[in-house]
Design a binder for this molecule. Structure first.
Ligand code: NAD
Ligand code: MG
Length: 393
């Protein structure tokens, strides 16, 4: 029986994870569940899965959760705050941690799971972008496995020989990440001036949380994924390419020296990657319908429109600059996306905030967690100043 902690349990990845786990009560037991502040949703999940620990990130919410659980799951210990998230990730109650918190808020718990040698099922890409070398170091010290849940990285993992091979020795020439293109694929800049948050969150293929949905619409999601692939697979930026594939059936590809290109295909449903990560190296039922190639009929591929979707180029730029530039990129993006979702910033200004932030804050060495947290904070403050200026225009 594998004991699983689901961090970010009330979100989209959290729900898909619990759906897979519920299909395999003989294999997996949920021992910790966490949420930000949606106490009612967390309480419902606790009543169903009866974890040992439930954590609300926001302090002050724990008494409400405790009273909701008193009758329905009295054995669940209720904790609150960022330290409690770390405890949920590293405690002896779990063998396996699903890191599905959105944004930089997931960094502490992701690092803690890696340090503690848990099997880390990583959805929280922002923590790799912010602190890739630290995460790799924590994984090495902890000795656990990392299984990527991001569908592209899960696909690459499946197309590589074994976990974390040396790419040169394995004969890998390129990693090709596919991008759906998001809801605004094919539009010009002029057509994106007044798009709303709801339009940006209406993804044609994937149903996801609002932050990653906006990232998909700007293509920053693919930018974060290029940086994620660089750290997770040890690939040079020049060996990671992005191709737009609107059907989202081919989740990514690996090209080998001999001309072979291996791809992983499947319906666009995160439960495939989650089931793969939970059971690896075994395979289990995920609840995903079989792929019907006759119905799909066509697989299309096209180049990225870098002129309209400049965020992808900014991510390559941050990766090339190195040091804390990816941390700055991530922080500026989080602030800009929150401002857009809050109706304070137009869609096209998201890229502008990030670009101005990167040029105002030249890359510094990224030596240690404190330095990175400082870079994160500095970039957020800088982004807020830029947002205030742009919003005033
Ligand atoms: P979501 O918004 O649906 O859920 C986020 C979860 O994190 C919720 O449980 C929320 O309560 C929790 N959370 C939010 N802020 C928090 C904070 N400050 N402290 C602690 N917990 C907090 O997001 P999602 O779509 O499930 O995405 C989660 C992560 O997975 C993101 O990093 C995203 O990029 C990544 N991801 C998602 C998908 C997808 O299909 N949804 C695919 C690939 C990768
Ligand atoms: Mg992805």
């Amino acid at each position: 029986m594998k004991r699983v902690a689901v961090l970010g349990a009330t979100g989209s990845i959290g729900a898909s994870t619990l759906d897979v786990i519920a299909r395999h009560a003989d294999r997996f037991r949920v021992t910790a569940l966490t949420a930000n502040r949606d106490v009612a949703a967390l309480a419902r999940l606790c009543a169903r899965f009866r974890p040992e620990i439930a954590v609300v990130a926001e302090k002050g919410c724990e008494s409400e959760l405790r009273s909701l659980l008193a009758a329905q799951s009295p054995e669940t210990r209720v904790l609150a705050g960022p330290e409690a998230l770390v405890e949920a990730a590293q405690g002896a109650h779990a063998d396996c941690v699903v890191a599905a918190i959105v944004g930089a808020a997931g960094l502490g718990s992701t690092l803690a799971a890696a340090r503690a040698g848990k099997r880390l099922l990583l959805a929280n890409k922002e923590s790799v972008v912010m602190a890739g070398p630290l995460l790799l170091d924590a994984l090495e010290r902890g000795g656990g496995d990392l299984l990527p849940l991001d569908s592209e990285h899960n696909a690459v993992f499946q197309c590589l020989p074994g976990a974390r091979p040396d790419l040169a020795q394995a004969g890998v020439r390129r990693i090709l990440l596919t991008a759906s293109g998001g809801p605004f694929r094919g539009r010009s800049r002029a057509e994106l001036g007044d798009v709303t948050p709801d339009m940006a969150c209406a993804h044609p293929k994937w149903s996801m949380g609002r932050k990653i949905s906006v990232d998909s619409a700007t293509l920053m999601n693919k930018g974060l994924e290029v940086i994620e692939a660089h750290f997770l697979f040890g690939a040079a930026a020049s060996a990671i390419e992005v191709v737009v594939h609107p059907q989202s059936i081919v989740h990514s590809l690996v090209e080998y020296r001999d001309g072979s290109v291996l791809a992983q295909l499947g319906n666009p449903d995160m439960r495939t990657a989650i089931a793969h990560g939970l059971a690896w190296p075994e395979r289990i039922e995920a609840g995903v319908p079989a792929l019907n190639l006759i119905d799909i009929a066509r697989l299309e591929f096209e180049a990225v429109d870098h002129g309209t979707f400049s965020c992808l180029g900014l991510a390559y730029q941050a990766l090339a600059a190195g040091g804390d530039a990816p941390t700055t990129l991530n922080a500026a993006n989080e602030e800009a996306v929150a401002a857009f979702l809050g109706g304070r910033l137009p869609f096209l200004a998201i890229a502008e905030v990030i670009e101005q932030c990167l040029s105002a804050l030249p890359a510094r060495p990224a030596d240690g967690l404190d330095a990175l947290l400082d870079s994160d904070l500095t970039a957020r403050r800088q982004a807020q100043r830029i947002i205030a200026r742009l919003a005033g225009c």
